[in-house]
Design a binder for this molecule. Structure first.
Ligand code: AGP
Length: 612
């Protein structure tokens, strides 16, 4: 949460910083600010509210500086206000800093500094860091070229928690320092200039060459040079990685919202995720060098993630158990990490994270690794933190996902998990080959079938117009359709603020049916032909209590008193969620739009949750 941007080069910094912040606004939008060095002096412009407010601040257009740092905030310590906005300066005004993360021991450090005479004007943990830098700088009697860096390094060694930091100083007006620990940050290399950001898409229009910092690596930037240092301040060498994403991926490209664009990009994202893994022979995963002996020894698999990514895991439990005959538990990362799960060297844990930066998921990964399990990370972001921790990393190739509500990342994750299940199944030979081959053929059909689902959305728009004023809704399903109902419900909640619940259809009569009353909308997904009859009788139970029913199905079901029936193409049940979620994503989108809400940036939410 929070987005940071930086620039050092020979161009005017302010427009670059503001454009970067605009692209990062999905990470937080409580307040925004920039700091630049002009005539050897730090100039700070900041306020509460969105990035667009920044452009209205007095004098911001006149800043000619070519070095600067910037921040868009998702409040953790201290309410959204001008004082709590970043950048923050130290008491003497020598340094300016922006920070993404949380400093857990900031109270302790603040008390210490207060006793030394430091004064604070904000409630933030960040103001503590910048004063700590000031403290170490003033303590240091050496006047060499690393003095600024030493002060930053010493301060960082005192911090507990997570941080991505950019620091400038009027003592070194031609320099910038960036460092990270457990919070995302990338450095884009230009021609005689450098761009810094919390994620790649924010600066993709300037460069494709990126440096990725490991925890506690310090980058000391001047206009046309970057030096990297470890914690002993020994210089280290780092190579850039070329990023192949299309910079258009980070633009709306004619769509009204990123979410709608990303929903429509799903056929392409699924196609890219499949890539060349499926051909006439066996499914291939060059990243995974698993032997039959190893796979046969696995006694348990966990799939661990948060939110939508966890829902992708829930869908996939079914295919892994069916084709690989390995018991699979799906867990929420924030629960898994604190429940002392049973793990040993025969456990395999798959972690799913679009951003690769979710704090709970990364902590859950470290835990399993420490207990001897093998770990696989599935992520969409190259070089993200999770890839530095996992034993194996597999990339979905969904392209940048900007809208807070995840759509194309989910369908790519479900597709990727199905491919991994097939890869294991072909090695293990525990499942019927015909079944494996049918799913393989069907996976190849997914992109075209997703296109079919997206072709005509008029019916879904009509439904949205009819139900957007409702206060409560229910999503029902059995088997993988239950997992889809949870994801459909999450989508609706996060962008429309309508209360909704996802339930296993058979569970309804054990309590929640008490909430069904005349006019309540129930959305049921039915994609498993073996469960059609049972699902229909559950629907009849709510119809007889007055509910309005919307059915999403790929089965030849007659309309038996439903309000609407949305038909989608048939496909193997195991991978049907890739198609059945699309109408639910669209429904949430059009409901949110009907309500006039900020679809891409729903209240209180940030795209990547980099704090616990
Ligand atoms: C999805 O719409 C959400 N915004 C959220 O649940 C998200 O999936 C979750 O925070 C996990 O993010 P990650 O995939 O980047 O780890």
């Amino acid at each position: 949460m929070c987005g940071i941007v930086g620039y050092i080069g020979d161009k005017k910094a302010t427009p670059i910083l503001i454009q970067g912040l605009t692209r990062l606004e999905y990470r937080g939008y409580d307040s925004a600010g920039i700091a630049v060095i002009e005539n050897n002096k730090i100039e700070v412009k900041k306020d509460k509210g969105r990035v667009s407010n920044l452009t209205l601040l007095d004098g911001i257009d006149n800043l000619e500086a070519t070095i600067g740092i910037a921040h868009t905030r998702w409040a953790t310590h201290g309410k959204p206000s001008k004082e709590n906005s970043h950048p923050h300066m130290d008491m003497e005004g020598l340094f300016a800093i922006v920070h993404n993360g949380i400093i857990e021991n900031y109270n302790e450090l603040k008390n210490d500094l207060t006793q030394k005479g430091y004064k604070f004007i904000s409630q933030t943990d960040t103001e503590v860091i910048v004063n700590l830098i000031n403290y170490y700088y003033n303590q240091d009697k050496n006047e060499d070229e690393l003095k600024f860096l030493r002060a930053v390094k010493n301060a960082c060694m005192d911090l507990k928690g997570s941080f991505a930091l950019e620091i400038i100083s009027n003592k070194e007006p031609e320099k910038m320092i960036v460092v990270r620990k457990d919070s995302p940050l990338v450095i884009g290399k230009g021609n005689g200039e450098s761009y810094i950001a919390s994620d790649i898409p924010a600066i993709l229009s300037y460069t494709r060459d990126f440096y990725f910092l490991n925890d506690y690596e310090f980058a000391y930037l001047s206009r046309n040079n970057i030096k990297f240092y470890d914690t002993n301040l020994n210089e280290i060498k780092k190579e850039t990685k070329a990023i192949e994403w299309d910079s258009k991926g980070a633009e709306k490209d004619g769509y009204e919202h990123f979410m709608l664009k990303e929903i429509n990009e799903q056929p392409k994202a699924i196609r890219e995720t499949i890539g060349t893994r499926l051909n006439n022979s066996k499914v291939s995963f060059d990243e995974l060098s698993f032997t039959r002996e190893y796979l046969e020894e696995i006694n348990k698999m966990y799939i661990v993630a948060c939110g939508t990514a966890m829902h992708a895991g829930l869908v996939s439990k079914n295919i892994f158990e069916k084709l690989c005959k390995i018991p699979v538990e799906v867990d929420i990362a924030s629960e898994f990490r604190y429940r002392d799960p049973l793990i040993n060297n025969k456990t395999l844990v798959i972690y799913i994270s679009q951003s690769g930066e979710t704090a709970d998921t990364i902590a859950a990964l470290k835990l399993a690794k420490a207990k001897g399990a093998k770990t696989i990370a599935i992520t969409n972001v190259i070089g993200s933190s999770i890839t530095r921790e996992a034993d194996y990393s597999i990339y979905t190739h969904a392209g940048p996902e900007i809208a807070v509500a995840s759509t194309k990342a989910y369908t790519s994750q479900v597709t990727m998990l199905a491919l991994i299940a097939l890869y294991f199944a072909e090695i293990l030979e525990r499942a019927d080959t015909n079944k494996i081959n049918t799913i393989k053929e069907d996976i190849l059909k997914l992109p075209n079938k997703a296109e079919e689902v997206l072709k005509d959305t008029s019916e879904i728009q009509e439904v949205a117009k009819r139900i957007y004023k409702e206060r409560d809704m229910f999503f029902l399903g059995r088997g993988v359709d239950y997992a889809v109902s949870l994801e459909g419900s999450l989508k609706l909640k996060e962008i429309s603020y309508i209360h909704s619940e996802g339930y296993a259809s058979g569970e309804l009569k054990h309590g929640p049916i008490a909430l069904i009353d005349i006019g309540v909308t129930v959305i049921a997904t039915i994609t498993n032909k073996d469960l059609v009859e049972k699902s229909i009788s559950n629907i009849q139970e709510v119809i007889s209590r007055g509910a309005k029913i919307i059915v999403v199905t790929n089965q030849n079901i007659e309309n038996k008193g439903f309000d609407t029936i949305i038909r989608i193409p048939e496909i193997s049940t195991e991978i049907s969620p890739v198609l059945s979620i699309i109408p639910l994503q669209l429904l949430s989108y059009y409901i949110s739009k009907e309500k006039g809400l900020d679809v891409d940036k729903p209240r209180n939410l940030a795209k990547s949750v980099t704090v616990e």
